[in-house]
Design a protein around this ligand. Sequence first.
Ligand code: ATR
Length: 301
Amino acid sequence: MKAVYTLDDLTSRSVLDGGSSSPARLAVLGWPIAHSASPRMHQPALDANSIDARYIRLEVEPGNIPKAFARMQELGFIGCNVTVPHKLDAMANCTEVSLQAQALGAVNTVVFDGDIIRGFNTDGPGFQAAVADDFGADLKGLKVAIAGAGGGAGQAIATQCVLAGVAKLVLINRTVDKLGPLAARLKEIGTESELITLSFEDITLAEHCLDCDLIVNTSSLGLKAGDPSVLDRSCLKAGQSVYDTIYQPPVTPLLALAQETGCRTSNGLSMLIHQGALAFQHWFPGSSPLEVMRKALSQRD
Ligand code: ATR
């Protein structure tokens, strides 16, 4: 059992599974991929459901998604997860793409079904489930601000917000030019939501954030030690819910500030778990992997 596999390991079952007690039938594809926590939640869920399969990390160079999918199909894989930088390529190489994934413009979950390759996206739905679970809140009718909306996670969450029918969506990005195309795409999906695009320097930033029920950080600010909070104190008020998609560190500067202000807070671990559980249910309909996954990820090694 290797920590990371490559396409060279996918030439035959004997090469792939030599020395392992069960066959590799699920994988997470990325570049790089060694850091991925996905096996740590999917393997316990497979084991708990007595499914004779291994979930592996597969390092796939950009451009090699067609080859990876073809080899996995030949070897009888059930499906895979897809992460950075392959989510767009994965969508292009599926034979069927769910409406949700089409709206999000990216696929993170694939099901192999004979010659058919089905693509789904569980990132946005995973966020929605996390907000429901952590804050007891329904996105429908909510006022939401997203800081760092121009990145991949930000776009997925913004799209989910519009699909779910939020009342107001404030998109904030350092590079404000990135928000124009996103806002145009969101307007095509849903007309119910009021859309506002802002830079962090906009004088109305605090006013719009204070008007929101839910503030979300999807920027990478907070990952590194010494990073400042992505939003300052003037943007937060007691009673708001504040979600940071970062989960390492578990309490980012934004969440620390939010806690001091009397906001309810949660970090990206719940989104990671929910998107994983939803992916697992695409492979194994009717399964309930959430609690096993939650427990597995809370036991840090
Ligand atoms: P992804 O892989 O999600 O696309 P990314 O391109 O690194 O990741 O983008 C992450 C987000 O973090 C972006 O919104 C980025 O802002 P820009 O679009 O202006 O680059 C945001 N981000 C990164 N560093 C930041 C910083 N120091 N201040 C504010 N936003 C920042």
